[in-house]
Design a protein around this ligand. Structure first.
Ligand code: SF4
Length: 330
């Protein structure tokens, strides 16, 4: 079936079934256009909690579908492709335990560590964090959550994104380090796990310099998953929704170069907007979801032979939910 026919079939199936389709901002345009709701991972999890349909089709990456299932267990959450975010895949429960042990061996007691996990992590890691008294954060609220965590007087173990942890530490004038990077974790306020986003890592300081030289007066903005030296060279650093709002406020003639995922940047503003890298980085796992996958998922509901449904173990869900709810309380 070609894309036009597939779209027609998808819309027909959507009419017939009690189903809501949500899509993350980084999805391909043809999938994104068919969603009832779009947003970042937190916005989508919140929308899903309020949605009344029994079936939710989540076009995104695995941890996002899991977050919805953790918060709304009664919902049947289906993902057309259970693609795993490269960053979330860099840490599992065993890696997490190993990092806590390394800190203990460096003389930091477990009870003096407050873990915070970026929402881009598995349910298993969120559960470990919840069980140790910690919480989840997103790139929009990381500063607020870390501030709250530091009020406990404990050291922050920030997983899995070292860049987000370091960028927030820099913004707050705090000391940070990465576990096992050769520095003494006792000296740091925020100790980061050594994970990173394979897409946002592609932006370089040279890219910022290139655009500044080519278009004097250009604004350069980046997502905090970019390297600290890139963020330091930018005019503004913000989460996906903060980037969208920042660009909306700009004069239409103002040129802007944006260091985040290509599909999103490409959709933001048609004129005077540049992706901060000639490689135009798309998130490969986000791009795995196709119209065909979306169609097949809808058909599996109609024919009562569900595929790719998200399940979360009850014990894991209990503690992961605690970690997520602590974030919502703040
Ligand atoms: Fe994960 Fe990076 Fe893709 Fe976001 S852009 S889903 S952090 S790999």
């Amino acid at each position: 079936m070609d894309n036009t026919k597939l779209k027609e079939e998808i819309l027909k199936l959507k009419e017939e079934l009690d189903v809501t389709i949500v899509a993350h901002y980084y999805q391909k345009d043809e999938v994104f256009e068919l969603a009832d709701f779009s947003g970042d991972s937190l916005q989508l999890a919140q929308m899903a909690m309020e949605d009344k349909n029994p079936f939710l089709i989540f076009c995104g990456v695995g941890f996002m579908g899991e977050s919805v299932k953790i918060l709304s267990p009664e919902k049947r959450v289906l993902m057309p492709k259970i693609a795993c975010c490269a960053m979330a895949k860099m840490i599992d429960g065993l890696h997490y335990d190993k990092n806590v042990k390394i800190l203990e061996e460096a003389g930091i007691k477990k009870e003096d560590i407050l873990p915070i996990t970026y929402i881009n992590s598995s349910a298993e890691v969120k559960a470990r964090v919840g069980e140790m008294g910690g919480m989840v954060c997103t790139s929009s609220n990381a500063k607020k959550i870390i501030t709250k965590g530091l009020n406990s007087g404990k050291k922050i173990l920030f997983v899995p994104d070292q860049c987000l942890g370091q960028n927030i530490a820099n913004q707050m004038g705090l000391k940070s380090c990465v576990v096992d990077d050769g520095t003494d974790p006792n000296e740091a306020d925020i100790i980061c796990y050594n994970g990173f986003c394979s897409v946002h890592q592609l932006f370089e300081v040279e890219d910022v310099e290139f655009y500044r030289n080519k278009y004097p007066g250009i604004k350069v903005i980046a997502h905090p998953e970019c390297k600290p030296e890139v963020c330091d060279a930018c005019d503004f650093v913000g989460s996906t929704s903060q980037i969208i709002n920042y660009i909306k406020e700009l004069d239409p003639e103002q040129k802007v170069a944006v260091g985040t995922e290509f599909n999103l940047v490409n959709r933001l503003r048609k004129r005077n907007t540049y992706v901060l890298s000639s490689t135009k980085p798309e998130c490969p796992t986000m791009n795995e979801t196709t119209l065909q996958d979306l169609h097949d998922t809808l058909l599996s509901i109609k024919e009562d032979r569900i595929i790719t449904e998200i399940q979360v173990d009850t014990e894991v869900r209990k503690w992961a939910k605690v970690a997520l709810e602590r974030m919502f309380e703040i």
